[in-house]
Design a protein around this ligand. Structure first.
Ligand code: BYC
Length: 330
């Protein structure tokens, strides 16, 4: 059964009295910060929520390779090309750790990929936007990886052991990704006027979609309350979004770029930046498949899967042959 087909968003949380004894004992372990491991008993909805989130996260890593891959053959220098190649390979690796973590919950990788290819499983909205110029690659590193880190650092402390552990290495690598993006943008911003304009144009296009990466506002987030109670999520969507804005504003100042939000201003009372309204209609349109690149991204994944069929068949045939040989000599 695919995670996407199952409703995991609880309309309200169960009270202690409504929980079974096992559910209460499970919640006690979560409250005491004990990690849940694959063989432990867990409520079906906890398992489904994790399969949904981890598989979507894995799909995002793999689909996320596509917009940047677009610039591999056009990187301006050999050094930038080598860095970009390494980053994209890292993203592939992240997808693999995450698929492995999800498999510990009883779903197979083939099932997860089928759900992605059938359009039943989501991946991050951000990857449905095009990379039009070289500055987009730097901006993805700075903002998209930056947003990913903001979300993923707390996931290192999430309640499910295999997911939390996968996050440790992923976060280390993402921090390199963010630095390489920022460094590349810094070079553009210190370059010619045309290069700086290119960087500003990239920021103008990526800023708002980056804020959408954190998900809908808390009052419209179907899963947050239950996921926070289970410590799958440690902070809410809006809390992380605010942290991201607060982090990004001084970084944009160092670059000499202007964040495309006329309402952005420091609020001394809150100790945070206020920012303008997000176009949630655009977010939901992208989620429903109406973003600029949804079709292209999915088509690229499906064709990669089909063209790789012979590799999977050959690897399976080889493994079966080895098993037969071992059985014959045993
Ligand atoms: N895009 O109840 P909510 C990367 C969906 S990749 C698409 O708040 P939840 C990188 C949500 O799934 C980084 N869908 O959900 C790779 C739900 O729909 P379903 C990716 C979104 O799960 C390559 C519905 O909206 N990071 O770093 O509690 C190169 C209601 O939302 C989005 C992760 O995946 C979205 N932006 O919270 C560079 C992190 N937002 O499933 C970089 C792990 C929401 O009911 N995931 N939806 O059909 C999470 O932390 C959480 O799943 C989210 C959403 C915060 C994203």
């Amino acid at each position: 059964m695919y995670a996407q087909m199952v409703k995991t968003g609880a309309s309200r949380l169960k009270s202690d009295a409504e929980m079974s004894e096992r559910e209460r004992a499970f919640q006690d372990r979560i409250d005491a910060d004990v990690k849940i491991e694959p063989k432990d008993w867990m409520p079906d909805d906890y398992r489904r929520t994790l399969i949904r989130q981890i598989s979507q996260h894995a799909h995002s890593e793999i689909v996320g390779m596509l917009p940047e891959g677009n610039w591999l053959t056009r990187a301006p220098t050999l050094k930038r090309k080598a860095i970009l190649l390494a980053k994209i390979q890292d993203e592939g690796g992240h997808g693999l750790y995450l698929y492995s973590a999800a498999e510990t919950l009883g779903i197979t990788r083939d099932q997860m990929l089928e759900a992605l290819h059938d359009g039943k499983a989501k991946y991050s909205s951000i990857f449905n936007y095009p990379t039009l110029t070289w500055a987009d690659v730097g901006t993805i590193g700075w903002l998209v990886d930056g947003a990913a880190i903001m979300n993923q650092i707390p996931l290192q402390r999430c309640s499910y052991g295999p997911y939390a552990r996968a996050m440790v290495r992923i976060c280390k690598e993402e921090s390199f990704h963010m630095r390489q993006g920022y460094d590349s943008l810094l070079a553009l911003c210190r370059g010619t006027a045309a290069q700086k304009r290119m960087a500003q144009d990239a920021l103008d296009r990526w800023w708002w979609p980056s804020l959408m990466m954190f998900g809908p506002p808390d009052d419209a987030s179907t899963h947050s309350a239950q996921s926070m109670r289970w410590k799958i999520k440690i902070f809410s969507n809006d809390e992380l979004r605010q942290r991201f804005v607060d982090q990004s504003v001084p970084q944009a100042e160092v670059l000499g770029l202007r964040i495309p939000d006329p309402d952005l201003r420091w609020n001394a009372d809150r100790g945070h930046y206020d920012f303008g309204p997000i176009d949630w209609q655009e977010f939901y349109r992208v989620l429903k498949g109406g973003g600029p690149c949804n079709r292209e991204r999915l088509a690229a994944r499906v064709s990669a899967w089909e063209e790789g069929r012979w590799v999977r068949d050959a690897a399976l045939a080889c493994a079966e042959k080895q098993l037969r040989r071992q059985a014959a000599t045993a």
